[in-house]
Design a protein. Sequence first.
Length: 453
Amino acid sequence: VGDGISHRMPDIANIDIGNWAPTDPTTDLYDAGEWIQSGSFLRIEVEFVGLINPPGPLSTAPDVFGAFEYGPHPVFGTVEVDIDSSVSTGGDTLNPSERYLGSVGRFSGKPNAPRFVDRVAFDAFDSVSPPGVPPYVWRSGEEFHIAFLGERIDETVEQVGNSDSTFDAGETWLVRGRLFHRAHGYELFAASYDPLVEMQWRHELGTDETHVILVYPLTNQAWLDQRADPGIVVINGNADDQNSIEEALTDLVDNANNAPTWMMQDQTWPIIQDWMSQNPADYLGSELWDAVALVGMSFESPNHPALYAWTDVVADVIVGDVNGDDAADDADAIAIAGYIQANDGVGGVDDDLTVNGKVSIIQFGWNFSIYDLDYNGVVEEADVLAIPIQGDMDFDLTVDFQDVDDFATALLDELDPEDPEDYRLIARGDFTGNGAFDGADVAGFVAKLLGGG
C-alpha cells in the first residue's frame, strides 16, 4: 500500500456535523454561512491530515482500476450518520465488514459508547454472521452515509486550481455524484434513496489539511431555496427530483406503517420497525445526530485480493481496550490471555491447530482479531504483555506476594527506559504515572498488593 508518503495513509483529524445556514444558498453553500440550530441544511465536514485526493474507480479488474485518477493520496470508506440517536434503527446489511463496527476491531480496541456494546465485530466472521445471530454488527444505527467511492463520482468541477485534473495542494473542487446514500439496511422495506449531491474538497495550505464538505437540504423547501425555485414542496419519496433528509425519513415512516406481514417477519425488520408512527420533523436538529467513520487507502495495483487497507476510524479506540471500558488495563490483559487459553489449537479459530500458546488468525488480512494488538496475525503472549498490569512484576497476570521481591529488585536497579525489558518493568512499577519507577511508587504497589489499589 505504499510508503505512507508517496501514498499517504488517510488520517481524520476531525468530523463536524450540524445544522448549517448558508448566507445565500443559491450562490455559496460552503463558505458563507453559520452553524446554527435553526439552519435548514445538514453540514458534514471531514478534516483530513495533509493532502488527500478524491477516490478514483477501484476494482480488481485491470481495465477499470483507476484508484489514483485524481492524485496519489485517494481515500476510500464511509462516514455513517445516525439521525435519530438510536442504534435500534438503521444499518447496513450489504457490506457490514466495510463499516465502522465491522472493522474498528482491526485497530485493537472496542468503542466505549454504550450503544455499541453488543455490536462490535471481534473478527471478520462476526461481520458475516446471519442477521439473527449476534453480534448484530449490521445494526449500527446508520440512517445515511457518505461514500468515498470513485465509482460514484460523476463529475469534478475545479473552483481553484491549475487545471491538470489532479487535486493538488491549495486547490478547491466540487465533486458530484451519488455520494450520499440512505442506509442499505432499509432497502428490503423501502426503495433505494440515492440523491445526486455535490461535495466540496478543499486543501488548506496554512494548516495542511483537506476539508471534505457535504451541505445537504434537511427539507424539500430548503432544496427549493437552494435553487431559488418558487415551486411547491412535493414529498414523494423520489430522490431524483426534490430530495432531502425530511423526504427520506418520511418515506421510511410510510413504508414502516404500511409494511405487509411478511416483511414484519423478516429478521431485519427491527432495523425499520421503530420508524413506525414517527414524525420526521423531530429529527432535523443536530442535538440527535452522530457520525462514525471508517477510511483507508487502496492497494497500488489491482493484483491484490483486497480492495482496501483501513487506516483510521472515528470514534477512535484505545489500543488494548478490548472490553470497551475506556482504558487498556488489567482486565484487558486477562481477557486476551483468556482468549488464547480458550482457543489455542482449536479448529476453526487457530490456523496452526497446535497447542503452542498462540492463536494464529485464519485468513489473516481478510480476517483479524481484536486481541491481536500488534496486528501480526497471531494472538500471543506479546499481546498480553503489551498491556502493563501495574504491580505484576513477574508477568503472571496477578499482583500478589510473589511480586514483592521482583518489585524491590527492579526498584533498586538502574533501569534503562530505552531497553525493552527494562521499559516493561518501569511501566508496571510506575504507579504515580510520571514515567519513572522510584520510591514514590511504593505506596501504590502496597495498596494494590493488599487489595486497596
